[in-house]
Design a protein around this ligand. Structure first.
Ligand code: NAP
Length: 301
């Protein structure tokens, strides 16, 4: 059976070759797609050029006319700056699709979706659950929301490089809301694991023994297992997900919670952990480095 991509979907554009974008594009190239890539810092796209990607000189130049372009840049401001001059909308025209993978605010997603409806292209929310190593292994999950026709057009392309594609309906904000809530939950797991590890250690029970016990039955789940192991390793300098981006996500949750009048006292505590870690100069460390603040306060560091 021929499993190569269909003729219509063979060409993709990709803007933002960071840790996530680089890993996804490498996988699509390996699957036989031709990909035009744009990155603000052009040399970061060189490893992908060696794998067959074509380097675009401008964001709009990466967009196949009336085709599909993916974006995966740091934050709301970065995404807005790419669309500022309107050239991507024109290039997408009536039939093109923008697959928006950055973790951004639901408000920015709704505004950008409205601009697409007016100026060209369809906005498809598609934030990613998984870290760069998960992405490289094609084990990430995509949260997708937006018009059904766009979801159907993009689904086979996403399925090629992921474990699951989970649909959250027609609204452009929905997948971003789910992504932010998911990252809040993971940060809360890191916080509570860090606190409980400090608690047992200070009472003489090795954290490793406690971790093995709870993940046997109470928390037999990959988030607890994966993050628990990471915390026990004590290695937080090499970022799989940069702490500055985790801080950005907690701020987006807070911003959205304020807009929707949702009290989230636990979020306030976690956001302060991120602010403290940023103040300690750990923005480029892994986002699990907030545990160092817990351990410092417990006099374990
Ligand atoms: N890493 C993870 O585990 C993970 C998991 C799920 C979701 N995410 C989300 O995915 C997105 C990308 O994350 P990442 O880890 O790949 O980040 P990253 O490695 O820091 O890469 C960020 C990308 O955004 C680009 N960028 C930043 N500011 C820009 C601007 N003003 N104009 C144009 N491009 C700009 C960067 O270009 P330069 O190379 O020129 O700086 C780079 O390509 C973020 O929204 C993040 O929250 C990350």
């Amino acid at each position: 059976m021929d499993t190569s991509p269909s003729k219509e979907a063979q060409s993709l554009g990709f803007i933002g070759i960071g840790q996530m974008g680089g890993a996804m594009v490498a996988n699509w190239l390996a699957e036989g797609y031709s990909v035009r890539v744009y990155n603000r810092t052009a040399e970061k796209a060189e490893p992908l050029e060696k794998l067959g990607a074509v380097r675009a000189e401008t964001p709009a130049d990466a967009v196949p006319p009336s085709g599909i372009v993916m974006t995966c840049v740091s934050d709301d401001a970065a995404l807005q700056s790419i669309f500022a001059d309107g050239s991507i909308f024109r290039r997408l025209g009536a039939d093109g699709i923008h697959v928006s993978m950055s973790t951004i605010s639901p408000k920015t997603a709704a505004e950008l979706a409205a601009r697409h409806r007016k100026e060209g292209g369809t906005y498809l929310a598609c934030p990613v659950m998984g870290r760069p190593d998960t992405v490289a292994a094609k084990r990430q999950t995509f949260y997708v929301s937006g018009p059904l026709s766009a979801r159907r057009a993009v689904q086979p392309i996403l399925e090629r490089i992921s474990r699951r594609v989970l649909e959250l309906g027609d609204e452009p904000e929905a997948a971003h809301v789910a992504k932010l809530a998911s990252n809040f939950l993971i940060a809360a797991v890191v916080e509570s694991l860090g606190e409980s590890f400090a608690f047992v250690e200070k009472s003489g029970l090795p954290a490793q023994v406690f971790f093995e016990t709870i993940t046997e039955f109470l928390f037999d789940c990959f988030i607890y297992k994966g993050y628990g192991k990471h915390l026990l390793s004590g290695e937080h300098r090499e970022p799989l997900f940069r702490l500055a981006l985790g801080a950005k996500d907690m701020s987006l949750v807070a911003q959205t919670a304020a807009e929707t009048r949702t009290p989230m006292p636990l979020l306030s505590l976690i956001r302060d952990r991120y602010l403290a870690s940023l103040a300690q100069g750990r923005g480029d460390w892994d986002w699990t480095a907030i545990v160092l603040e817990i351990r410092r306060q417990a006099a374990l560091l």
